[in-house]
Design a protein around this ligand. Structure first.
Ligand code: LMR
Length: 334
């Protein structure tokens, strides 16, 4: 009898050791969910992060990238991050309002930035740091700003003058600044998840939208939009964010390695963003379904005039000081 207990005990101990050894070898999984196609600036930067993170941690970390809203749509993904169902996201800066971080919507102000250089003066400077710090109280850490690019307008009617927007139903991201932008033009903005835009344009639920060329092309929006105005009136970029509890719970050496991988993936992504969008424009042109509209200097001035009031209007929402700090960093004003 005693012998039987002894053997059983021995087996249990052996099983215990083997179990622990196996558990120690299990990789740390980072689920990285996003809503765009892989063949976009964000999609490619996410793949680059995965590659660098897995190589440099020698497989101790596995990054599972889920593109194209495969796991979660816009609003759901932020909830999933806070719940810890995913560990990493890169939502557009226009989507942090529902989380209670309104200041990120400053990036949506029309004509705030003239170039990627202007942008980097903000994202890589003290303002960028201050903005990321706002996420902390939400259980989120901001790791990096990733570029997409400057927006075009698409519609089934030509949009040349502000008056052309009157009564047009336009899909927007969930940003109050974007809502104000379209209202200033006399259009009717409608918040909608990115994954639903193609169908909404196809079925006429909305008449038009704004986005970067890479998003327009990879979602095939150009196939269901007759006109594209080369307006460059605003910017889309991302904050790469992680669940704070998860990130702070990582072994310190792993976290440091991942921070390095994120730095390098950011450099890579921000270097390719402009070309990705320029190439997408060429592909939209080559597809031949959409007529391009280039604004005359007078039309451009009319757009700016119609939209300038949005900056002042939004001071109470996003903070006058923040807007001023960006003017100062870029040298632009409205
Ligand atoms: C959109 O919803 O239009 C964009 O934010 C999608 C994205 O992530 O680029």
């Amino acid at each position: 009898m005693r012998m039987r207990f002894l053997i059983a005990g021995l087996c249990l101990t052996t099983a215990g050791i083997t179990g622990t050894a196996l558990a120690a070898e299990e990789p740390i999984i980072i689920k990285f969910s996003h809503v765009v196609a892989t063949d976009t600036p964000k999609g490619k930067a996410a793949e680059e992060f995965k590659k660098l993170a897995e190589e440099r941690t020698h497989g101790r970390v596995k990054v599972e990238v889920y593109p194209n809203s495969q796991l979660y749509k816009d609003k759901e993904e932020l909830e999933a991050l806070q719940l810890g169902s995913v560990q990493m996201l890169a939502p557009s800066l226009a989507k942090f309002g529902p989380l209670g971080v309104r200041e990120f919507e400053v990036f949506d102000l029309p004509y705030l930035f003239d170039s990627y250089d202007d942008l980097h003066k903000v994202t890589a400077g003290p303002v960028g740091k201050q903005l990321m710090a706002k996420l902390d109280s939400k259980g989120i850490i901001g790791l990096a700003f990733w570029d997409n690019g400057f927006k075009v307008m698409t519609d089934n009617k030509p949009l040349r003058e502000p008056a052309d927007f009157r009564g047009q139903k336009m899909r927007i991201q969930s940003s109050k600044v974007l809502d104000a932008q379209f209202r200033a033009l006399g259009a009717i903005p409608q918040v909608m998840a990115f994954s639903e835009v193609y169908q909404a344009l196809q079925t006429g639920v909305v008449d038009g939208t704004e986005n970067t060329p890479s998003n327009v092309y990879t979602q095939r929006m150009n196939e269901v939009q007759k006109y594209l105005t080369l307006s460059n009136h605003g910017y889309i970029g991302y904050a790469v964010i992680v669940n704070k509890k998860f990130w702070e719970g990582l072994p310190a050496d792993i976290r440091t390695t991942l921070e390095g991988a994120m730095r390098d993936a950011t450099t890579y992504g921000n270097e390719i963003a402009k070309k990705e969008n320029d190439d997408a424009l060429e592909k939209i042109k080559a597809a031949g379904k959409t007529e391009f509209i280039t604004l005359t200097p007078e039309q451009k001035a009319d757009w700016k005039k119609a939209l300038s009031k949005v900056h002042k209007q939004q001071e109470s929402r996003i903070g006058k000081d923040l807007i001023q700090a960006i003017y100062q960093a870029t040298g632009n004003t409205m």
